[in-house]
Design a protein around this ligand. Structure first.
Ligand SMILES: Nc1ncnc2c1ncn2[C@@H]1O[C@H](COP(=O)(O)OP(=O)(O)OP(=O)(O)O)[C@@H](O)[C@H]1O
Length: 711
């Protein structure tokens, strides 16, 4: 075991080591005992289920359907109990490998009683319910560990604030039941372990950060008051990690009322969803359903075909069509939302022309139709029409004391239908751009509507026809990569999901700045939201982050002081050299301890081309595209847009030349690409490197242009 202390004066080296080794032995023995009990119970359930099945088979002729139903019910109950026991078994096995990661001793001011608390991923009491051996990291008392160093401290218990003093803090790394690291510190205990965590190679997916959650992150995770929380955080500040830990916290805090199925994550693509998919199960929770904006739109628009966000971004990058960009910008503007609201009102006012009619020579006045039509304004069109007709029929029968025959009722229904002049959704949407005097903003090509029109269309549908919500039970919505969604998208989400929300992203990382929102815009739509910012970046080495900051300056960003090699910019004379450099990067990666490497191209077309070139040259790599379903380690080739949100031990930016990266949109993509790297970053250009990296990084030039020639 490695033991270090940042405060050597406070403790001898031996005592804590022995004390903690004994405590760990005790804890593991209790876990083993609980595991043995769980195994025995599970065995019993399985034998009972088998016996019940056997009985059902043997006695099938003597049992009537009531007996059979009762037996089936009891088998189902036993199966459920055995599932619970199996989950318990999995938890205990995890606990056995790493029961806790921290300890603190707390003396309460009111009673002067001092108690020791060990913090882990799960609560653990021994089977007799006596000793509370491990406290869940989400328990109220555990916040002391994250919020305070030794000295005066307090936490909010259900009964109110508890004040006292932390007299000791220790942190551990226990793997496979063995203590690998023990740190005792009176100062910043988390920092050493954090450095250690960040220096490690990547894993198959996103990691949990329970052992090293920072104070400002903890405040966000545990904020149960905010209905809607918007987290603006720089690249690598832990937004996604925090949001997922926050979900785990809410599931713990409100376990009586919210379950994993009541939460929905809006994620940018399937690869990202897969990448983060393991975090909640690692934290002992069930996975949470996830949906992308494209699938959400498809559910709401029935059979209308549309361009995807991925296709829109690729189009903007490859065609740079100013008219298309103008259309996208106009529809990403907050004003559009206001105009759509006004237009929906206008449609409502003009959707009905009352006229008089007659039944059995008695007049049925137009104002009666109009009054009832207005009364049912909140119903969907079909329901509104029949409710209005029924009310008018009832009124006529009451007023004239007659009972209308079937054909007379039909006369009223037909008269009403003639008064309604509501356009179809498509007509209404087209009419909107005529109404606001900008018909040039609508373009339909190849049977598909443009992506920029998808959410304005859905919003208009919500306002004019109503939509039956396919996700009525959602109690908390998590929206990642918030910068890539427009105000109209937020308006749609807000109507569909009036529940609490955690919204996170980085305005410096929009993949399509023409169709993006800043946090201030989002707060105008998600009214009453609390906005928090995170400026410390944890993912990349200090050198990588300084390099990225030259690409896209941000004076507020604080880079973690974890050092590594300086990023390299390699200028090549031709595509053969470009390919050879990338192959050499792959070879050094393969020989290293690192697990993941991304070769990031600007567009999907460039990524595909590079993939083909490497395959022809016999170098294996995996190509990610918008339809890819999963994240994996090894060598991945992808477009910057798809790399967003992910991280890799090493990153190579391919085609980092000025021809390729010179617009503001290119700058964003370059920044996104660079900030995906944890430990090593290289940029390879054909000819002159991009203007955004000329001043940054160690320059190497192949062939006749030596580093000094480049100036
Ligand atoms: N408190 C922490 N302890 C350990 N690791 C942390 C902590 N906070 C963040 N990290 C690590 O920093 C990296 C970035 O985290 P995450 O992906 O959540 O950040 P992000 O803000 O969503 O990034 P981006 O916007 O760039 O995609 C991850 O490897 C994460 O484990």
């Amino acid at each position: 075991m490695n033991m270090s202390t940042s405060n050597p004066a406070s403790n001898s080296f031996e005592t804590p080591q022995i004390e903690e080794a004994l405590h760990l032995d005790h804890c593991l023995a209790q876990i083993d005992r609980n595991l043995a009990i769980a195994n025995a119970r599970l065995g019993e359930y399985q034998r009972e289920i088998q016996a019940a099945h056997d009985h059902m088979w043997d006695a099938r002729r003597d049992m009537d359907h009531i007996d059979k139903a009762a037996l089936r019910q009891s088998i189902d109950q036993m199966m459920r109990s055995s599932d619970v026991m199996r989950e318990q078994q999995v938890k205990l096995r995890k606990l056995r490998a790493s029961p806790y990661f921290a300890r603190f001793d707390f003396r309460r001011s009111d009673s002067h009683q001092e108690s020791t608390h060990y913090i882990g991923v799960h609560d653990f009491r021994d089977e007799d319910g006596g000793e509370h051996l491990v406290y869940d990291w989400r328990a109220p008392v555990s916040s002391l560990f994250y919020d305070f160093e030794t000295g005066p401290a307090f936490y909010e218990a259900p009964s109110g604030r508890i004040e006292g003093e932390i007299t000791r803090k220790r942190q551990f790394r226990i793997r496979k039941g063995k203590m690998e690291l023990l740190i005792e510190s009176a100062i910043n205990i988390i920092d050493d372990v954090l450095q250690d965590e960040l220096a490690r190679s990547s894993e198959e997916g996103m990691k949990t950060i329970v052992a090293t959650i920072q104070r400002d992150q903890n405040a966000i995770i545990r904020d149960a008051e905010a209905h809607t929380l918007i987290i603006q955080g720089v690249a690598g500040s832990g937004k996604t990690s925090i949001a997922l830990h926050r979900i785990a916290f809410l599931l713990y805090r409100f376990k009586e009322t919210i379950s994993s199925d009541d939460i929905l994550i809006i994620s940018p693509n399937r690869v990202f969803a897969d990448y983060i998919g393991n975090v909640l199960p690692e934290l002992g929770e069930h996975p949470v359903p996830e949906i992308g904006m494209d699938r959400l739109a498809a559910e709401l628009l029935d059979d209308i075909r549309f361009q995807t966000f991925f296709e829109q971004t690729a189009d903007v990058l490859e065609k740079q069509d100013p008219e298309a960009i103008a259309r996208i910008k106009a529809k990403a503007n907050l004003d559009l939302l206001r105009e759509l609201d006004q237009y929906a009102k206008y449609l409502e006012q003009t959707s009905f022309t009352p006229t008089d009619c007659e039944i059995r020579r008695r007049p049925v006045p137009g104002f009666l139709f109009e009054r009832e039509w207005k009364r049912y304004a909140n119903l969907a069109p079909g329901a509104r029409r029949s409710a209005t007709a029924n009310s008018v029929i009832e009124e006529v029968e009451n007023q004239y004391r007659i009972e209308l025959r079937k054909e007379e009722r039909a006369v009223i229904r037909t008269a009403l239908a003639a008064m309604i002049n509501r356009p179809t959704l498509r007509q209404a949407y087209k009419g909107f751009y005529e109404w606001n005097g900008r018909p040039e903003l609508l373009r339909v090509g190849g049977g598909k509507i443009e992506y920029a029109d998808v959410f304005p269309l859905i919003y208009l549908k919500l306002l004019t026809e109503g939509i039956e919500n396919p996700w009525p039970g959602v109690q908390h919505l998590l929206i990642d990569e918030m910068q890539d969604y427009t105000p109209v998208q937020y308006a749609v989400l807000s109507r569909l999901f009036p529940c609490g929300k955690t919204v996170l992203g980085d305005s410096g990382q929009s993949v399509n700045p023409h169709s993006a929102s800043r946090p201030e815009d989002i707060t105008k739509v998600l009214k009453g939201a609390t906005l928090v910012t995170l400026n410390k970046s944890y993912r990349s080495t200090y050198e990588i982050m300084q390099f990225a900051l030259q690409v896209s300056p941000n004076p507020d960003l604080v880079a973690m002081r974890r050092h590594g090699e300086a990023p390299r910019v390699i200028a090549c004379r031709n595509s053969n050299e470009h390919l050879a450099v990338i192959q050499a990067e792959i070879a050094t990666f393969t020989a290293s301890d690192h697990r993941s490497m991304a070769i990031i191209a600007k567009t999907q077309t460039q990524a595909r081309k590079l993939f083909r070139q490497l395959a022809e040259a016999g170098t294996a790599a995996k190509l990610l595209d918008n339809d890819s379903e999963g994240f994996s380690t090894g060598v991945l080739i992808c477009a910057a847009q798809l790399a967003k949100g992910l991280e890799f031990d090493r990153v190579v930016i391919a085609g980092a030349d000025d021809k390729n990266y010179h617009t503001n949109m290119d700058r964003n993509l370059l920044y996104i690409g660079c900030t995906r790297a944890m430990h090593r970053l290289s940029l390879v250009s054909h000819g002159d490197p991009s203007r955004f990296i000329r001043a940054a990084g160690d320059r190497e030039c192949l062939g006749h242009r030596g580093p000094k020639d480049q100036g």
